[in-house]
Each structure stands twice: as C-alpha cells, then as structure tokens.
Design a protein around this ligand. Structure first.
Ligand SMILES: [Zn+2]
Length: 125
C-alpha cells in the first residue's frame, strides 16, 4: 500500500521535532566535549600504571566509550541537519531511493529517515 504524501501540518510537526532533536543533540555534544576535556586532563595526570584497579573502568576505556557516544551523536546531528536541509528544498518525506513518500508514521518515529520502509528493509544487510 503506497504511503500518502505529508500534509502541511505533518511537515510542520516533524520540522519542530527535528529542531528540538537538533537542539538536544547540541546540548549533549556540549556536555560530552566537556567530559572529554576532563578525562583527557585526568589521563594526563595519571601515572604510567592504569591497570591498578582491574575492577573499575580505566580512563582509557572511559575515553573510548565517550568517543563512541560522541561519534554516534555527531552522526545523529548530521542526519538531523540533512533532514532539515531536505525540508528547506521540499525533498523532505520522499524516499532517497525510490522517490515515493516515506509515510508519516515512519517519519514520526524517525524524522531523519531517508528511506521508505520498503527500501530500508531491502537495504538491510
Ligand atoms: Zn523507497
């Protein structure tokens, strides 16, 4: 069953969701950047032996964990920015692969989605 194109009201709702999400990611990224600075400072001050507490997370593992989260957030920020750009060019809500409407239900769950559900399933590895 083909999805319907978005109505103006739906587009507005999704746009405000995207803007909220973008703002939230910005705040989280800012907090994370601060944590990275702190971990880096603690790491620099740490002695050569960072295996002294095998029970607790080492600064190195904390560092890579934060780096991982940072990467994910940055990717989300990029996806949301791209969605906002598509909104500006009226490409929003259309599948990047087949050009059919993605459908409101899917966009409501994932406003930054670029593929319709059929293409997303076909593209899954
Ligand atoms: Zn598609």
């Amino acid at each position: 069953m083909p999805e319907l194109a978005l109505t103006d009201g739906e587009v507005q709702l999704l746009e405000s969701r995207l803007r909220e999400r973008r703002q939230q990611i910005g705040v989280e990224l800012g907090g994370l950047a601060q944590t990275l600075v702190e971990v880096r400072a603690a790491r620099g001050a740490e002695s050569v032996d960072d295996e002294h507490d095998p029970e607790g997370p080492t600064l190195s593992s904390e560092w890579s964990r934060i780096h991982g989260v940072h990467g994910e957030l940055a990717a989300s920020a990029h996806a949301v920015d791209a969605a906002l750009e598509r909104l500006a060019t009226a490409r929003y809500g259309l599948c990047a692969r087949c050009d059919l409407p993605i459908g409101f239900a899917r966009l409501e769950a994932r406003p930054e989605a670029t593929l319709c559900i059929a293409c997303a399933r076909a593209g899954e590895r």
